[in-house]
Design a protein around this ligand. Structure first.
Ligand SMILES: C[S@@+](CC[C@H](N)C(=O)[O-])C[C@H]1O[C@@H](n2cnc3c(N)ncnc32)[C@H](O)[C@@H]1O
Length: 269
């Protein structure tokens, strides 16, 4: 009788133990899941906070850039008073903050000859400056025929033909210290006097590695002894290297980085 009741009691104990183990496992799993859920929530919260911080920083940067560009445009228009609308700035063209720097530089330096590598809105701005000063000429080199024509016709419409000329100079292979480069074809370009200001904003960076390096080697002999060189897109690694090479190879006396929208370098011979 006693033995008869042992078997079911043992089975009940085993069953209860199994249930207990199952319940303990379930509790353990649930705890683990809750911890994982909290970790996940923390991760989501952290990543949301850091992307919000990045977004706010970028928003602040973009609004500061926009304000600077608008202020620069006001300065440009109030100084030069263009007679007609100007081509758009930024993107492929120079940004207003650089154009404003160029205007200040030309008024300080009063160059007799400005040479510019690549034409566009900058050509009109430089030409307006020289016209306003009543002295100095601009030669703008342009490798694309349609843009050379477009800029030349803008110059005519703005009454700036007397001050500035766009020369269509396709890119050709040139040799500098035994290495091959692409640069504006200067064979038909007559540079009548020493260049006081060289503005380098072409050819496009996609043309070749260190695309604008040839500017100084190709025109060095034509630069006046106090010439200044302005190089756009100074925030790019290529432009930084180009300036280092120019400084070393041509013993230029001083270079200054201008923290503009695209960055620029102003270099003194
Ligand atoms: C870096 S952009 C600079 C042009 C110029 N220095 C300026 O700031 O206006 C260089 C090249 O853009 C090209 N370009 C000129 N006008 C353009 C336009 N409306 N759309 C696209 N590219 C243009 C020209 O071939 C020019 O040599």
């Amino acid at each position: 009788m006693f033995e008869d009741s042992i078997v079911p009691a043992t089975l009940i104990i085993i069953g209860l133990s199994l249930n207990l183990v199952l319940i303990l496992n379930l509790v353990k799993t649930q705890k683990k899941l809750i911890t994982q859920q909290h970790d996940f929530q923390d991760e989501v919260k952290k990543s949301f906070q850091s992307s919000t911080q990045l977004f706010n920083a970028e928003l602040k940067r973009v609004s500061e850039v926009s304000v600077t560009q608008i202020e620069s445009l006001f300065s440009i228009f109030s100084t030069l008073k263009p007679q007609l609308p100007l081509p758009t700035t930024r993107g492929w063209a120079a940004s207003p903050d650089l154009l404003k720097e160029i205007i200040s530089l030309i008024h300080r330096q009063k160059p007799q000859l400005v040479v510019e590598a690549s034409s566009g809105v900058s050509t009109l701005i430089i030409a307006y400056c020289l016209q306003r000063l009543g002295t100095g000429k601009l030669i703008s080199l342009e490798h694309e025929s349609k843009f050379a024509q477009a800029t030349q016709s803008h110059l005519s419409l703005h009454g700036l033909d007397d001050v500035a000329t766009v020369i269509y100079a396709p890119l050709v292979e040139v040799e500098i210290n035994g290495a091959k480069w692409l640069w504006y074809d200067l064979t038909k370009v007559k540079i009548p006097e020493a260049i006081d200001l060289l503005i380098v904003d072409g050819p496009p960076g996609t043309t070749q590695k260190l695309a604008r390096y040839p500017a100084v080697p190709m025109l060095h002999e034509k630069l006046s002894k106090d010439a200044m060189v302005m190089l756009d897109d100074g925030a790019r690694a290529d432009e930084r290297r180009i300036v280092e090479q120019w400084m070393a190879e041509f013993k230029m006396s001083h270079s200054e980085y201008l923290p503009l929208e695209k960055g620029a370098y102003l270099i003194q011979m």
